[in-house]
Design a protein around this ligand. Structure first.
Ligand code: MG
Length: 391
């Protein structure tokens, strides 16, 4: 079980006319909601603990999780580390193995960065996202510090970001140290002081912390450039039935006495979803990327092709928000297999199953689907432009 603690305990009112900075809107969505959505959609987090200032924690809900990750609100403490400690108390009561901590003021955290940090924490105990330093770093001279003492070796210095992820026992040790009076500006700092090694994960240059008016202006420009446009795509496929199974749909093997005919494994659901996400990115279609004239794709696993297409879409800077599929077939019944299909499709797309819909329909006895000659799949996909980083 993985818990995300999103720390929004501060009441920095430097930005946006006296309103707490986590409630300032970027492209119509609050900074807080953007941060929560990143974790909600990443498909790797089982619960979100949102730490808010006490004055906001008891009020109306300030953030929601459209993908359905359970969200709890906890009142924060005086310092950041106190807020995270309170979030951790709420999390540890539920037996989390890994806890990932994030600043609510970093609204552009890409989902794959969350996943990478969690994976590194499982392997090493603790992990922090970090980016290289661009400027040359000088240390002040001793005394009044009006001269350069020395120039630091920049290649050994990184700027720490969040997410930072920890095995629960490591974060427990860090929190204990914080309670004992040790101060740190991040949890990785406390974990280091508690004697744990913290692995560095390549962060994202756009995963900035919005602190000043200048940060906010840059963030607004970024949102306008890249994130303001949701995009939809449509996919359709039909395959013919032939005697002899098995039938593979949405990556799931379904016992049936008839199978679908095609160059690959003829998984019409995967093909329709692949075309929907490629279409939304205006990145061509399944026939262009995986042509049936190419022997490489003969008998290919369509769920693997979908995973590959999802990677292409991500590399063009888009994140899949959700997909919805209608499967039209007279036999077999689709309903008993829907949950497994949602899980398999979600895993290939790198999103949570709650962002994948699958529904079965019959052909009402008419047309090629109604007569049981063929199966049809229709899919729509929604993409969000995301920071194009890493993968
Ligand atoms: Mg096909």
């Amino acid at each position: 079980m993985v818990t995300a603690i999103i720390a929004a305990g501060g009441v920095g009112t430097r930005l946006g006319a006296g309103r707490p900075k986590q409630l300032v809107r970027l492209g119509g969505v609050t900074i807080l909601q953007r941060s929560v959505t990143a974790f909600d959609r990443c498909g790797r987090v089982d619960e979100i603990v949102l730490v808010l200032p006490p004055a906001l924690a008891g009020g109306p809900a300030l953030a929601e999780t459209p993908a359905g990750t359970p969200l709890r609100v906890v009142a924060g403490g005086a310092r950041r580390q106190d807020s995270v400690a309170r979030g951790f108390e709420a999390a540890s009561a539920r037996g989390s193995e890994v806890v990932v901590v994030h600043d609510a003021a970093r609204p552009f955290c890409p989902p794959h960065l969350i996943a990478r940090t969690i994976d590194a924490a499982r392997r090493h105990g603790a992990a922090a996202a970090a980016v290289p330093v661009q400027d040359t770093l000088k240390q002040r001279s001793v005394g009044e510090g009006r001269f350069v003492g020395r120039t630091l070796a920049r290649d050994r210095i990184v700027q720490a970001q969040t997410p930072q992820a920890f095995r629960a026992d490591v974060l427990a040790a860090a929190v204990r140290l914080g309670r004992a009076g040790v101060e740190a500006t991040d949890e990785a700092g406390l974990a280091e002081r508690a004697g744990h090694r913290v692995a560095l994960v390549e962060g994202d240059p756009w995963n900035v912390k919005i602190t000043t008016e200048r940060d906010l202006a840059v963030a607004r420009g970024f949102v306008e450039e890249t994130m303001a446009t949701g995009r939809v795509g449509l996919g359709y496929d039909l395959h013919r039935f032939e005697a002899g199974g098995p039938l593979r749909l949405g990556g799931v093997l379904i016992p049936h006495d008839r199978g679908l005919v095609g160059h690959s494994d003829a998984d019409a659901v995967c093909h329709a979803v692949t075309d929907a996400i490629l279409g939304a990115a205006a990145a061509g279609d399944i026939g262009r990327h995986f042509p049936d004239t190419d022997p490489r794709w003969k008998g290919a696993s369509s769920i693997a092709l979908l995973r590959s297409a999802a990677g292409m879409v991500r590399s063009r800077g888009f994140a899949v928000v959700n997909v919805d599929v209608v499967v039209v077939t007279e036999h077999p019944r689709i309903a008993p297999h829907v949950e497994r299909m949602r899980e398999a499709l979600a895993a290939a797309l790198g999103i949570g199953p709650s962002a994948v819909g699958v529904k079965g329909k019959t052909g009402e006895g008419v047309g090629p689907t109604g007569r049981g000659e063929a199966l049809e799949a229709h899919a729509v996909a929604m993409l969000d432009a995301a920071p194009a980083a890493g993968e």
